[in-house]
Ligand binder design. Structure first.
Ligand SMILES: [Zn+2]
Length: 424
C-alpha cells in the first residue's frame, strides 16, 4: 500500500505562506453588536443549507436548492445579493458500473487579492480560457479598509493586528470586481480567514471558540464592505457569502483540529487545511471532505514534497523569496516536472483528484506562477480531465456510492485497476 508514494521527505515542510508576511500591531474598539447579530443569522441559515446538502444522496440530480423566485435579492447593507443558483458549474453524476472516474484537478489560491500584480484576474482569465473552474480562498480583511482595521479582533492578538498587509482602497475595489467575475465564471469563493497568523498564537493555538470568532468576522467583513468602504457606486456582489463559502484553507495549514469542530454550525462541506497526504482518494474527517495538499515527486522522485508554491520555494531557495536568478529556469522546470509527475501518476493510475495550492506571489522571479500557467495548459486540455473547484468536487463525491468511494480509497496513486472491480 502506498509504496509508490514513499520517499524521503527532505525539507518538505508542510506549511505555506509564512515568509511573505509581516506583523502589524495596533489597537482600537470593535462592533461586537454587529458581529453577534450576524452570527445568529448565520447559524439559522446554515442549518437550512446543511439539511439541503444532505437530502439528495439517492438522486444524483442537482442539489436541493430552495426554490428561487427569479428575482435578485439584495442582502444586508447592499454588499451582496442572492441571484439564484450559480450557473455553469459541474453537474455531479454518479459513476456507471465499470466507468473510469474523471481526473479531477483543483487549482486553489490563498488570499485572493487583486493587487498591482493583477494575478487574480490573470488566473480567472486563464481558467476561463481553459474551461477550468478554480477555488479562490479570499482573505476577509482584504475587503476591510485599513482605516477601519480596528473592526478586526483577531484571536490572541490586538485589535487591527494582522500578519499580512491590509489592502489599499484601490485594491479592495479591484478585488470586488474580480470576485464578481470569478463567481459569474463558475469559480468558487472560499475563505483563507483573516489575519494570517502562523506559529505561536496562530491558528494552531486557537480554541474552537476563537476559530468561530475568526469565521464570524470573515463573514462580517465580506458582507459589509459597502458600509466599511463607503463605495456607493459598486453593485452588490452577485452571491450570498453564506451560501457560497463552504470551505477554506487555514493560513500555514495550522489548526485543522479545532477548525473542524468550529465549522460544524456553518454547514461547510470540506476543509483544505490538512498539512498534506499522499495522492489518494479523499475521505471525510469529522463529517466534511478532507482535501489536503498532496505529496508529489520532487526532483525526479528523489523525495516527496507538498503541492504548493511555498514548498518548492523552501526546497529550492531555502525559503528565500528571491534566490539566485541563475537557477530560476532550472527551478521552474523542476516545479513543472513535479506537478506533471504527480498528475501522470494518478491520471494513468488511480485517478485520485490532484490538489494544487498556490499564492499570488512573485517568488524567485515569478517561476511558480509561470509553472502553474504551464500546468493548467498541459492538464486541463487532456481527455477525461476536469479542472474544478473544491465545491464541485465535493458535489461529485457526494453523489457516489459509499462502496465505490471506499474501494477508490484502497488504490495506490499509480495503481490502474480493472474499473469494473472498483465501480460496481
Ligand atoms: Zn496563506
Amino acid at each position: 500500500m502506498k509504496s509508490s508514494s514513499t520517499g524521503r521527505r527532505r525539507k518538505a515542510r508542510p506549511t505555506e505562506g509564512g515568509r511573505v508576511t509581516r506583523p502589524v500591531v495596533l489597537a482600537l474598539a470593535v462592533l461586537l453588536v454587529v458581529v453577534s447579530t450576524v452570527t445568529g443569522y448565520l447559524l439559522l441559515s446554515h442549518e437550512n443549507d446543511l439539511a439541503a446538502a444532505v437530502s439528495p444522496a439517492k438522486d444524483p440530480g442537482p442539489s436541493a436548492e430552495p426554490e428561487w423566485d427569479g428575482r435578485t435579492k439584495v442582502l444586508g447593507d447592499g454588499s451582496t445579493s442572492y441571484t439564484g443558483p450559480q450557473e455553469g458549474t459541474l453537474k455531479p453524476v454518479r459513476l456507471k458500473p465499470g466507468e473510469k472516474p474523471p481526473q479531477f484537478v483543483v487549482f486553489s489560491w490563498d488570499g485572493g487579492l487583486e493587487g498591482s500584480d493583477h494575478l487574480f484576474s490573470h488566473y480567472r482569465e486563464l481558467a476561463k480560457q481553459y474551461d477550468a473552474h478554480m477555488t479562490f480562498f479570499l482573505t476577509g480583511i482584504y475587503l476591510l479598509p485599513k482605516a477601519k482595521k480596528d473592526l478586526y479582533h483577531p484571536p490572541q492578538h490586538s485589535p487591527g493586528a494582522a500578519a499580512i498587509d491590509y489592502a489599499t482602497d484601490e485594491h479592495i475595489r479591484e478585488t470586488l470586481e474580480q470576485l464578481r467575475a470569478a463567481y459569474e465564471d463558475g469559480n468558487e469563493i472560499g475563505t483563507h480567514f483573516n489575519g494570517h497568523f502562523c506559529g505561536a498564537k496562530g491558528g494552531g493555538d486557537w480554541s474552537v471558540q476563537e476559530w468561530k470568532s475568526e469565521i464570524d468576522q470573515f463573514y462580517s467583513f465580506v458582507e459589509h464592505w459597502k458600509t466599511n468602504t463607503g463605495y456607493k457606486d459598486i453593485d452588490p456582489l452577485p452571491f450570498d457569502f453564506k451560501k457560497e463559502v463552504t470551505g477554506g484553507r487555514a493560513p500555514c495549514l495550522e489548526g485543522q483540529k479545532n477548525l473542524l469542530k468550529a465549522i460544524k454550525g456553518y454547514g461547510w462541506r470540506y476543509d483544505a487545511s490538512s498539512a498534506g497526504d499522499f495522492q489518494i482518494w479523499p475521505a471525510k474527517k469529522d463529517g466534511v471532505w478532507d482535501f489536503p495538499l498532496q505529496m508529489l515527486p520532487y526532483e525526479s522522485g528523489k523525495y516527496q514534497g507538498l503541492s504548493m508554491d511555498f514548498n518548492f520555494l523552501y526546497n529550492q531557495s531555502d525559503g528565500e523569496t528571491q534566490g539566485n536568478p541563475a537557477e530560476f529556469p532550472k527551478w521552474e522546470q523542476q516545479t513543472v516536472d513535479s506537478y506533471m509527475a504527480g498528475f501522470n501518476r494518478v491520471y494513468y493510475g488511480s485517478r485520485a483528484p490532484l490538489f494544487i495550492g498556490n499564492h499570488f506571489e512573485d517568488w524567485n522571479g515569478g517561476i511558480y506562477m509561470r509553472s502553474i500557467d504551464q500546468v493548467v495548459k498541459n492538464v486541463c486540455t487532456k481527455k477525461g480531465v476536469k479542472c474544478v473547484s473544491f465545491k464541485e468536487l465535493a458535489d461529485w463525491m457526494d453523489v457516489q456510492t459509499p462502496q465505490t468511494l471506499a474501494r477508490l480509497r484502497t488504490l495506490d496513486p499509480a495503481q490502474s485497476p480493472d474499473w469494473s472491480s472498483v465501480v460496481k
